[in-house]
Design a binder for this molecule. Structure first.
Ligand code: NAD
Length: 423
């Protein structure tokens, strides 16, 4: 695997281990640039911060926070902030590295970064959530900024949290710096179309992949794991295109309906109470989700969900990776052997960072675009990127994942080489 960093201990299926093996697979396609490849296996900078807050009951609680800047060869760091009890430095490193690859794959002028706090935000009051967000922002304030590293929402973070982050950073510098984060509320420099952008990108790349496979979306059966910002929006767009959602899983459980779940009723309920309170489907065991007969599988929850065993049994012909790192390397090989097409995370879920880029550009120019313009530009960027990747995959007879890494890593390492090694 290489990159024997003393502070992480990746395994074959852990997020950083998965990422390292994806890099190993692309090295043979990098030509002379391969001499720089080790750069990809090391984060440029990793910050661990203590986040102490006074809880509503008067006690002092300490949380562990991270911000990792993986690579900034092509521009400032860009990547979300995750609030989750399982967040670790290793996970944030992998997520930041996938951001490096993703921003290069769609050719945005960014590097890759990611952040997180090891906390279950569902156990915090709104006041505690605001305090933890503000203290974390202040702690990582020494390395973020509109021209250095721009956070955004990820799992369990949203526009309100971005507003608190923007305000905290702004208070600390004595101004108003809307461009320090993206995914903000509309009247604070947010962009139309940002909330739905990642799910829309999953749909755009999925629609094109289905067309190339000859898979008709009308009547196609789709299973979605993770029904938050990414999964629920992608599901809605596929239903508009004539598909039906036959299974959905979130952290509360799994529901199925072979005739298609009624999303208009399901989405508001899932946001309030989780899926299992929904009466329009049958609740099944979580592991049975992977056995449900479907044409398209959309993992849109967390990493490491498609294991070897699950890859062997899925009936899907197409996997659209809404989540980051949902497929472990051995499962990737099994899917490829079984002829299941995987549109990898580093292109499939790039819609969010693409509209984040639009938001950042709009903040600097203080001129805001209408939603049609955003969606048309998003569609064009995603389609161009996907077509380029598809040509690379066909040329070298490699998977779309390795092709995406090949296109992206060539751009990253070319920038690295042209900049030269300092000093
Ligand atoms: P979210 O917090 O809005 O939703 C997460 C969903 O996953 C929820 O429905 C939750 O119930 C479900 N979930 C959590 N743990 C689960 C488990 N163990 N089993 C099944 N379901 C579980 O988060 P999101 O923004 O939709 O992000 C989902 C994935 O998409 C993450 O991998 C994230 O990194 C990735 N992603 C998000 C964005 C974005 O713009 N939000 C962009 C790119 C990639």
């Amino acid at each position: 695997m290489g990159a024997d960093l003393s502070y992480v201990h990746p395994t074959a299926n852990s997020p950083w281990g998965t990422y390292l093996s994806q890099v190993d697979r692309v090295v043979p396609y990098l030509g002379d640039l391969a001499r720089w490849a080790e750069t990809l296996k090391r984060p440029k900078r990793a910050l661990i911060v203590d986040v102490p807050i006074e809880m509503d009951n008067g006690t002092i609680a300490h949380f562990e926070g991270f911000r990792v800047q993986h690579n900034m060869s092509r521009g400032p760091g860009k990547g979300g902030v995750r609030f989750h009890p399982d967040v670790t430095l290793e996970e944030v490193m992998a997520l930041s590295a996938w951001m490096t690859v993703k921003t290069a794959a769609v050719n945005l002028p960014y590097g890759g970064a990611k952040g997180g706090i090891r906390v279950d935000p569902k156990k915090l009051s709104q006041k505690e959530l605001e305090k933890i967000t503000r203290r974390y922002t202040s702690e990582i304030g020494i390395i973020i900024g509109p021209h250095t590293d721009i956070p955004a929402p990820d799992v369990n973070t949203n526009a309100q949290i971005m507003a608190w982050m923007m305000d905290t950073y702004s208070m600390n510098i004595g101004g108003t710096a809307t461009g320090v984060v993206t995914g903000k509320p509309l009247h604070l420099g947010g962009s139309l179309g940002r909330v739905k952008a990642t799910g829309r990108g999953v749909f755009v790349t999925g629609r094109e992949a289905a067309r190339r496979l000859g898979l008709d979306l009308r009547g196609a059966r789709i299973a979605v794991q993770g029904f938050g910002n990414v999964g629920s929006v992608a599901a809605e767009l596929f239903v508009e295109a004539g598909a039906k959602i036959v299974a959905v899983q979130d952290h509360t459980g799994t529901i199925v309906n072979e005739n298609g779940l009624d999303l208009k009723a399901l989405i508001p309920l899932s946001r309030a109470d989780g899926l299992v309170s929904f009466k329009g489907g049958d609740v099944i065991a979580n592991e049975a989700f992977w056995d449900v007969a479907c044409d398209i599988l959309i993992p849109a929850a967390l990493e490491g969900q498609i294991t070897a065993e699950r890859a062997k049994k899925t009936t899907a012909k197409l996997v659209l990776e809404g989540a980051n790192g949902p497929t472990v390397p051995v499962a990737d090989d099994i899917l490829a052997e079984r002829g299941v097409l995987v549109v990898p995370d580093v292109i499939c879920n790039a819609g969010g960072v693409t509209v984040s880029y639009f938001e950042w550009v709009q903040d600097f120019s203080s001129f805001f675009w209408d939603e049609d313009e955003i969606n048309v530009r998003l569609d064009r960027i995603m389609m161009n990127a996907l077509n380029n990747i598809w040509d690379t995959a066909d040329k070298h007879k490699i998977t779309l994942r390795t092709a995406t890494f090949a296109v992206a890593c060539e751009r990253i390492l070319m920038a690295r080489q042209e900049r030269g090694l300092y000093p």
